[in-house]
Design a protein around this ligand. Structure first.
Ligand SMILES: C[S@@+](CC[C@H](N)C(=O)[O-])C[C@H]1O[C@@H](n2cnc3c(N)ncnc32)[C@H](O)[C@@H]1O
Length: 296
C-alpha cells in the first residue's frame, strides 16, 4: 500500500459526513478530545483515567458543555492547524474557547468531509466573528503543493493537533516531518491523539485490518516517540492517556480493538444495543494515546 493508495482508501471509507457526525461515539470522543487538548498541561498521567459510563446516554458525557475554565487559556491569539480535520467535530468544539482573533486552518484530503467542516464554520462565524476558520483540501506530501506550503504553512502555527487520523496514514513518519515544519520554531506544539491498541507493543500479529486503517488500530509508543524526535521536536511526551467507554460497530472492533476485546466480541460476551444510525453496536473500552512535542 502506497501513500496515494491509503488516501484513496480513506476517501472511500469516509464519504458520508452526516453519518460520521451522527455516530454517538464520534460525538463523545470529539468532546473528550477537545477537552484534553485544552487541558493537556493539567491531565493526570497515572493512573490513566476512564471517561464515560456506557450505561448512560452519550456515555454520560455532556456533548453541549465542555467544562473548561477559559481564563486558563492564553490571552493572545493563536494560529492553529487541525490536521486531517475531517468534518470538523473537534474544531467546532474548540472555537468557543479560543482567544479573540485566533485562526484555525483545517487540512484534509476528503472534500465531502471538508464540505461538512465548511458548513460548521459558516454557523460558527456568526457566533464567534473574531475567530477565523478555513479549510484546505491538501495532500501535504504532494510536491506540486510546495509553493503553497512554503508561503502559507511553514513556520506559521502555534499549535497543530490531529485526532484519530494518524492510524489511517500510510507513512505517519513523513507526515510528522512535514507538519513539524509548519510549527513556529521554539514555541509551536504538535498534539497527536489516536486510538491505542495495547497488543501492538507485544508483537505484530497477523491480524488483518482494512486498507483505510494502516496501523492495526494502534500506534506504538516507541515508534511515535522516534517519529517526533526525527522531526526535530523536543519536550516529547507519548503515553496511553485515558480510556473511554463507548459503543462501536463490529467493523471498528475488528480494526481497532485488542485481542481480549475482539475475542469477547467473537464469543458474544460484549453487551450490545441497536443504534438508529449504526445498527448493532457493542460496549467497548477504547484506549487513547496522546503524543505532544515542541518545535526546536
Ligand atoms: C477518522 S477521521 C478523523 C477526522 C477528525 N480528525 C475527527 O477527529 O473526527 C480520519 C481523517 O483523516 C483524513 N486523512 C487520511 N489521510 C490523510 C492525509 N494523507 N492527509 C490529510 N488527511 C488525511 C481522512 O480524510 C479523514 O477525514
Amino acid at each position: 500500500m502506497s501513500h496515494q493508495g491509503a488516501i484513496d482508501a480513506n476517501i472511500k471509507a469516509f464519504h458520508a459526513a452526516e453519518t460520521y457526525d451522527a455516530r454517538e461515539s464520534m460525538q463523545v470522543l470529539s468532546t473528550i478530545f477537545t477537552k484534553t487538548l485544552l487541558e493537556y498541561e493539567q491531565l493526570p498521567v497515572d493512573p490513566v483515567p476512564v471517561y464515560g459510563d456506557a450505561q448512560k446516554p452519550t456515555s454520560g458525557i455532556d456533548l453541549n458543555i465542555i467544562h473548561y475554565d477559559k481564563s486558563k487559556s492564553p490571552s493572545t491569539s493563536l494560529k492553529i492547524m487541525d490536521f486531517a480535520c475531517g468534518t470538523g467535530l473537534v474544531m467546532e468544539k474548540m472555537v468557543p474557547f479560543l482567544p479573540e482573533k485566533s485562526e484555525i486552518v483545517g487540512i484534509d484530503i476528503n472534500q465531502a468531509f471538508l464540505d461538512s467542516f465548511n458548513t460548521k464554520v459558516e454557523k460558527l462565524s456568526k457566533q464567534y466573528p473574531t475567530i477565523s476558520v478555513h479549510s484546505k483540501n491538501l495532500d501535504i506530501l504532494d510536491s506540486s503543493n510546495e509553493d503553497y506550503i512554503k508561503n502559507s504553512l511553514e513556520g506559521k502555527f502555534d499549535k497543530i493537533y490531529c485526532t484519530i487520523s494518524y492510524h489511517h496514514l500510510h507513512n505517519y513518519e513523513d507526515i510528522t516531518n512535514k507538519v513539524a515544519t509548519f510549527l513556529k520554531p521554539g514555541v509551536g506544539k504538535l498534539y497527536i491523539i489516536d486510538f491505542y491498541n495495547e497488543d501492538v507493543e507485544r508483537s505484530y500479529s497477523d491480524k488483518t485490518t482494512s486498507h483505510a486503517v494502516q496501523h492495526m488500530g494502534g500506534l506504538k509508543v516507541e515508534a511515535l516517540t522516534k517519529a517526533f524526535q526525527n522531526a526535530g521536536l523536543h519536550q516529547i511526551e507519548v503515553a496511553k492517556q485515558y480510556e473511554v467507554n463507548i459503543w462501536q460497530q463490529p467493523g471498528f472492533i475488528q480494526n481497532h480493538c485488542n485481542d481480549e476485546t475482539l475475542n469477547k466480541w467473537k464469543e458474544g460476551k460484549l453487551e450490545s444495543k441497536i443504534s438508529e444510525v449504526e445498527g448493532e453496536v457493542f460496549s467497548i473500552k477504547a484506549s487513547i494515546i496522546m503524543a505532544v512535542g515542541t518545535k526546536i
